[in-house]
Each structure stands twice: as C-alpha cells, then as structure tokens.
Design a protein around this ligand. Structure first.
Ligand code: COA
Length: 329
C-alpha cells in the first residue's frame, strides 16, 4: 500500500494512580528487584474511576490542541483497544459524544489488534485519508480490568493509559508492515463471553489475561526485528538512517535483545516502560507523545514505530520527517 501522511498533533493521558513495584510487593510474592531485573519496569499507572473512553478523551483533547485544529475538523475516529468501556457502543462513538461531536457526521469505530492495535489503526487511518481530511487515532486501555491482581506472572507488567494522534494527508509515499500469526492464539489471551447453550444464561467467564511469558518473549524478539527490517527494505533505508525507534513498551530485555541482534545501539530505542509498564495499544502513542514533549521528534527525525501483541499480531511503521512533511513508510 502506497499513500501519504502527516502527523498534525499528538497527546497522552496517564491513568490516575501510580502503582510502584513496592506497592505490588504487598499484594503478590514478588520484589522490586525481580521486576526491574526481568522487565525494567518500576511503576505503572492504574485508573481509579476513569474508563477507557475517559483516558482516550484526555489524550484526544491534548492531540487536538497540539495539532492546532478545531475538534469539529475531525471526520473520523479510530480507537484501538482490547478493553473497551462496553461491548457496544464502540469506545470511538463514546469519545465522539464526549468531544461533543454528536451532530457531525464522524466515521467512528474501534479495532482490536491487542498491543499492535495502534499500529493497525495507523495503517487503516492512512489508507482512509483520501476520504477523511483529519483522522483522530487513539490507543486507550484500562488493562487493570482484565488483570488478575493475584497473578505475579502478569500483574507486574501492565498499566492503563491512552495516547492519540491526529493524522492528515502528507506529501510523500508511505509503507507499513503488519501481520498476525493465529497459530499462536493461546499464548496470550483473555476469555470473553461464553456461547449461549440451549438458550440458557451462563455465568460470566473468567476474563483475566493469561500468558505464556517465555513464548511471548521469543516471538516478540523475532517479529520486532522482522518488522523493522521489512519497513527499512520498503524504504530502501538501513538501520543507520533511523534516528529513533519507538517500540511497544513491554519489557526492557525484549528491546535489548532486538538491539543486540540488529547490532544497534540500545539508545536508539525510546523507552518509558520504566514509568508506564505495558499499556497495550496505548503504549506506542504514549511513548511517541512523550518523546515529542521531550523534543526528540523534530523536523530532522526518521522514526520507526514497532510492536507486537496478542493474536499474535505485530507490525511496524516508518515515519520519515525529512523533506518537510511527516513521511510514513
Ligand atoms: N516476581 C517474582 N518471581 C516471579 C515473578 C514475579 N513477578 N513472575 C514470575 N516469577 C518467577 C517464576 O515463577 C519462575 O519461578 P520458578 O523458577 O521457581 O518457576 C521464575 O520467576 C522465572 O520465571 P520465568 O517466566 O522464566 O521468568 P522470565 O525471566 O521469563 O520473565 C516475564 C517472565 C513474564 C517477565 C517474561 O517472560 C516476559 O516479559 N515475557 C514477555 C511478556 C510480554 O511482553 N507480554 C505482553 C505482550 S504484549
């Protein structure tokens, strides 16, 4: 697919309550030292009374301000989430309502590609830019709803939050890469609703996230490298041409392994997982917005966004800002 994009603005929302590793030591048999050594995470934010749409709204409002557009200029809203407020209506429609855009025709829907969701939304949105001038894409999660807070194997990893971008058409070509491997369905999943049997109401099933951490780890290292190499090949660039890589913020050791395998300095990978943990579909746009706030995304930057998640899904996007426009390859 060959089209163009410009990122007009970005924003992020932290969930209300900061939970440190020391807080988790009081809940499960773990230690700050173990979590830091095995993951790099020292804290995460967890919502108190905000749902996914509330976090999405806060990130969206910041992105709209940052883009210097009116909210009424938005023609489409895509929310990437695996923890929507409810099964229906979509979180994107709820965000539309909370933005006060009910009277306007807005193309609004959610997608679920788990932690790769924002990359999928980015790709979808860039394909829609010939029909909608300004598209709001949001990654928003309240993973705390689906975490078993008594399972030390998962509860130390995840957090809540949201990140958003406003996309419009740019002037250069763009290429994305995204895939999924359905044969790995079972290694990272959360049950949903039961099928109804003989028209009987069944008790809700367990909705907690379960994970085979080592399998996910190996998969992640493989597909992050594959995805980065794919967009580099499409763009006829090498890793040396890239200024910043914003990976899905799952685990410091995963990112370190990828850097070593690709023989790239680890400092090229932006990380804020120390503070946020893994916020699933929100992790890449939160990291992008934070890097933007820190002045790391200026006119001269070539950036790769890359991620993986349940499905198992994965993908990358290369953003080339050289030449005056955000150029996504
Ligand atoms: N605190 C203390 N000990 C813990 C622990 C915790 N929070 N979680 C697991 N352990 C224990 C295990 O029970 C195991 O103990 P045992 O040897 O007595 O059986 C030991 O630590 C090692 O477990 P292991 O699973 O091999 O640890 P690991 O080094 O692979 O780290 C993960 C576990 C989950 C951190 C790591 O596999 C990982 O990050 N995987 C990828 C997960 C991911 O990114 N998921 C999201 C995808 S979007």
């Amino acid at each position: 697919m060959n089209n163009t994009v410009k990122i007009l603005g970005c924003g992020l929302a932290k969930a209300q309550q900061k939970i440190t590793n020391y807080d988790l030591e009081k809940r499960v048999e773990t230690s700050h030292e173990w979590i830091v050594q095995r993951t790099g995470i020292t804290s995460r934010y967890v919502t108190i009374d905000e749902n996914t749409s509330d976090l999405a709204l806060r990130a969206a409002v910041q992105a709209i301000e940052n883009a210097k557009i009116e909210k009424t200029d938005i023609q489409a809203i895509i929310v990437a989430t695996m923890t929507p407020d409810c099964l229906t209506p979509s979180t994107a429609c709820i965000v539309q309502a909370k933005l006060g855009l009910n009277d306007l025709p807005v193309f609004a829907f959610d997608i679920n590609a788990a932690c790769s969701g924002f990359l999928y939304a980015f790709q979808l949105a860039s394909d829609l830019l010939n029909r909608y001038k300004n598209i709001l894409i949001i990654g928003s999660e309240t993973l705390s709803k689906m975490i078993n807070w008594n399972d030390r194997g998962t509860c130390v990893l995840f957090g809540d939050g949201a990140g958003a971008m406003i996309l419009t058409a740019g002037t250069r070509n763009l290429y994305h890469y995204a895939n999924s491997e359905g044969d790995l369905l079972g290694v990272l999943k959360a049950e949903g609703l039961n099928l109804i049997k003989d028209l009987q109401n069944l008790a809700p099933v367990e909705q907690f996230l379960t994970m085979q951490g080592n399998d996910v780890f190996r998969f992640a290292v493989r597909v992050l490298k594959e995805s980065i190499e794919n967009v580099l090949n499409q763009a006829h660039l090498t890793i040396e041409d890239i200024d910043l890589i914003i990976p899905h913020q799952a685990n410091y050791r995963i990112i370190n392994h990828v850097a070593k395998r690709m023989k790239v300095d680890l400092s090229k990978f932006y990380m804020n997982l120390q503070e946020f943990g893994n916020t699933s579909a929100a992790s890449i746009p939160i990291a992008y917005a934070q890097a933007f706030e820190q002045g790391l995304i200026d006119e001269q930057k070539r950036i790769i966004l890359v991620g993986f998640g349940s499905g198992l899904t994965y993908g990358a996007t290369l953003i080339d800002k050289r030449g005056g426009e955000d150029c996504v390859k």
